[in-house]
Write a protein that binds this ligand. Sequence first.
Ligand SMILES: Cc1cc2nc3c(=O)[nH]c(=O)nc-3n(C[C@H](O)[C@H](O)[C@H](O)COP(=O)(O)OP(=O)(O)OC[C@H]3O[C@@H](n4cnc5c(N)ncnc54)[C@H](O)[C@@H]3O)c2cc1C
Length: 288
Amino acid sequence: MTGFEIVEPESLEEAFRLLDPEDPAVRPIGGGTALMLMMKAQIYKPERLVSLRRLDGRFSGIDIAADGSGFRIGAMTTFSMLEHSPAIRRHLPVIAQTMKTLANVRVRNVASVGGNLAHADPHLDLPPVWVALGARAVVVGPRGERTIPVEAIFEGYYETSLANDELIAELEVPVRAGWDALYVKVTTRAAHDWPALGLAVSAELEGRRIRDLRLVLSAAVDKPTRLAAAEAVLRGAEIGPATLRAAGEAAVAETEIESDSRGSAAYKQHLLRVHLGRAIEALAAKRV
Ligand SMILES: Cc1cc2nc3c(=O)[nH]c(=O)nc-3n(C[C@H](O)[C@H](O)[C@H](O)COP(=O)(O)OP(=O)(O)OC[C@H]3O[C@@H](n4cnc5c(N)ncnc54)[C@H](O)[C@@H]3O)c2cc1C
C-alpha cells in the first residue's frame, strides 16, 4: 500500500476544503470497511482520506419525530447502532431483520449508513430496504444541499449521482402506519455470502388485499431497482396464486438480469418469480 494521509475535519466547511471535486484520489471515509478492501486489493490508491467521524450534529444520531412519523438517521450511524436501537427495532423491524445475515459483528460495529449507500455495490443488503421504506438522503456539498430519494443516489454498478466533494449527511425515513416490510436475501452458497438476489418489500395490506406496496430488486441487477410493473399488478389486488404468478412474470419482463458467478440469468429470473410470491405471502401471514 502506498502512503496517504487521513484528515479529520471538525466542521463541514473544513471537510469541503479538504475534499477535491476533481481528484478521485481524495475521498471521504466513513467506517472504512469497503475502502480498506479496495485499498488492500490495490483497486483504489488514495492520496487523502477525509474522515467524517468528528463531524457531529447531523452526521450522527438516530432521532424519531415527536409524532412518530419518521426517523432522522445520521450518515455516520453504524449498523450496530441501528441494529440495537429500541426505536428502530420497534418502528422499522425490517432493519434488525436485515442485520441478521449482514456481514459480521466486527463489520457492523464500524460500517456506516452513509458509506454503505455511497459505495453503490448492488449486492449490499440495506440499500434496497431503504428504497422500499421510501427513505430520502440529505446530500450536502460546497454548492448547497439537496434531499433526494435514496434510489436517486444510484446510477449503475458502483456508480452514484454524488459529486466527489458531496457527502451524504443524513437519511429521512418515514414510518407509515399500517405498512409492514421484509427483506429476502437469496444466497446460493453460505447464508452470509453475497446475495444472488435481494428483494425488499414494503406493503400496506387489508387482510389479503394489497392496498399499496413498494418492491425493490437488488444484487441481480446493477443497482437497487423498483419493480414498477410488478407493483402495478399487485396494487389493489387480492393475494392469490394467479396474481403472484402474474407479478413474478411482470418483474422478470421489466428487469435486465445478467448471469454471473452466483447463477445464470435464467436461474435468477426463476428465483425472482419464486421469492417475490413467497415474500408477499410472508407479509400477509404476519398480519393474521
Ligand atoms: C468482511 C465483510 C463482509 C461484508 N458482508 C456484507 C454483507 O453480507 N452484506 C452487505 O450488505 N454488506 C457487506 N459488507 C459490506 C459493508 O456493508 C460495506 O463495506 C459498508 O457498508 C461500507 O460502509 P463504510 O462506512 O465502511 O464505507 P467506507 O468504506 O468508509 O466508504 C465506502 C464508500 O463511500 C464513500 N463514503 C463514505 N461515507 C460517505 C458519506 N457520508 N458521503 C459520501 N460518501 C461517503 C467513500 O468515499 C467510499 O467511496 C461486508 C464487508 C466486509 C468487509
